[in-house]
Design a protein around this ligand. Structure first.
Ligand code: ARG
Length: 459
């Protein structure tokens, strides 16, 4: 079997060597982009007179035929032709004859493959930002329903201060807002065309790179041909942005998993997002949240794998770069799937607001209120902290909470106390009073909700 590049060779590799070197098993996902890139290239070859109009037309029609055949599942690919580029070129030549061999004039697989991946990520980054936005929409809606639902806020996973559940959910809204911004910003670098860089050094043919870039919807071209064919920073950036976003999802997953436990009982997932145990009939496991938390690991892995592939590569193209694809495809699939599942999971989960409310009645998350109360009455905060700490200790000894101590108990600790202390330590009051910008106070949260909604509308 002769290779498309076989002229210089006396022997052909054995089949298993071919298989090892082939990327067709995964890069066939780039088939559409590859044909799109070829169509732009051939249009440019015709326009610049590098090919005759007639040749360009024949090739264009041939490529359209391949597009249709692909749609109907009539194109088969083979490891014998290594990758998607050579497979399609072979099909083209089979379709229209030797003139098909003119498509590759002034082009190399090196600029071709880089172009395909830029096109691929341009599409998928936009799909991802749309999905992020859909999830943000679900989060603000849930938040709007729960402005007055209060639960303990934690630091060190120890109860710290009561907060509005809406405030908690909106924290993730803003993380996702930055994630979306990062993805959108990366489009500037994704929308650069490597096409026309050739194998590494450009070409002697009078090509028009700006023209192909424009046809393909890119905003500009890579300025340096060596850079164009050999860097994969745009993929690394995508993997990095994906890793950060998955880390955000994973943190909320972790919280949901905790909240579903019998110890918390703060939320219940809809049956469609949970699974049972094959042995223990009582179980309802938050599998989807666990899985997204787990999949975060594979996205990090993909980032590190490509960083490692790249670190020692001399300019320009090296076959090592073929290793850039599987992690990218896998990440796209993982991120898109996770966002979709996540939105559905949040949308359908039941928030057990009574349990959340009950939790702040039976804890010391109002201790800061008591210290602030004394401080407002003139006691230095450090001292107020000490007095409150001793009162908390007293409660622990007696097995009660701050609201259960009598006014006499309080007066014994400090003469500054009076009856109004009980209002001051009410958890609802504690939340309501945190009116500082970005704080959990109900009014502050309502303002934040408005901001969040207007962000979504603007985009
Ligand atoms: N399948 C190859 C890749 O993914 C395409 C580029 C091959 N170029 C070459 N000179 N061998 O990177």
């Amino acid at each position: 079997m002769t290779k498309l590049w076989g002229g210089r060779f006396q022997k052909t590799p054995e089949e298993w060597v071919d298989e090892f070197g082939a990327s067709i098993g995964f890069d066939q996902q780039l088939a559409e982009e590859d044909i799109k890139g070829s169509l732009a290239h051939v249009q440019m070859l015709g326009k610049t007179g590098i090919l005759t109009q007639n040749e360009a037309e024949l090739i264009k029609n041939g490529l359209h035929t391949l597009q249709n055949k692909m749609k109907n599942g009539e194109l088969s690919f083979s490891a014998r032709y290594e990758d998607i580029h050579l497979n399609l070129e072979k099909h083209l030549i089979d379709e229209i004859g030797p003139v098909g061999g003119k498509l590759h004039t002034g082009r190399s697989r090196n600029d071709q493959v880089a172009t395909d991946m830029h096109l691929y990520l341009n599409d998928h980054v936009q799909i991802i930002t749309t999905k992020i936005e859909a999830l943000q929409q679900v989060l603000v809606q849930k938040a709007e329903e729960h402005v007055y639902t209060i639960l303990p806020g934690y630091t060190h996973l120890q109860r710290a201060q009561p907060i509005s559940f809406a405030h908690h959910l909106l924290a993730y809204f803003w993380m996702l807002e930055r994630d979306k911004e990062r993805f959108r910003d990366s489009l500037k670098r994704i929308r650069l065309s490597p096409l026309g860089a050739g194998a590494l050094a450009g070409t002697t043919f009078p090509i028009d790179r700006a023209y192909t870039a424009e046809i393909l919807g890119f905003d500009g071209i890579y300025e340096n041909s060596l850079d164009a064919v050999s860097d994969r920073d745009f993929i690394l950036e995508f993997l990095n942005n994906s890793s950060i976003m998955m880390m955000h999802l994973s943190r909320l997953c972790e919280e949901i998993i905790l909240w579903c436990s019998q110890e918390f009982q703060f939320v219940e997932l809809d049956d469609t997002y949970a699974t049972g145990s094959s042995m223990m009939p009582q179980k309802k496991n938050p599998d989807m949240a666990e899985l997204i938390r787990g999949k975060t690991g594979r996205v990090y892995g993909n980032l590190f794998s490509l960083l490692t592939v790249m670190k020692g590569l001399p300019l320009a193209y090296n076959k090592d770069l073929q290793e850039d694809k599987e992690g990218m495809f896998d990440t796209v699939k993982t991120v898109e799937g996770s966002l979709e599942i996540f939105a559905g999971m949040i949308d359908t989960m039941t928030v057990k607001k009574e349990n959340m409310g009950l939790a702040v009645q039976k804890d010391f998350s109002n201790a800061t209120e008591l210290a602030d109360y004394l401080a407002k009455k003139g006691m230095p905060f450090r001292e107020a902290h000490e007095v409150t700490g001793r009162l908390v200790y007293q409660c622990i000894q007696r097995g009660c909470y701050l609201k259960d101590l009598s006014l006499e108990d309080y007066l014994e600790a400090s003469g500054l106390f009076s009856e109004d202390l009980y209002d001051a330590i009410d958890p609802y009051e504690a939340v309501a009073k945190r009116m500082s910008a970005g704080g959990t106070g109900f009014e502050a949260v309502k303002a934040a909700l408005e901001k969040a909604y207007s962000k979504l509308q603007k985009e």
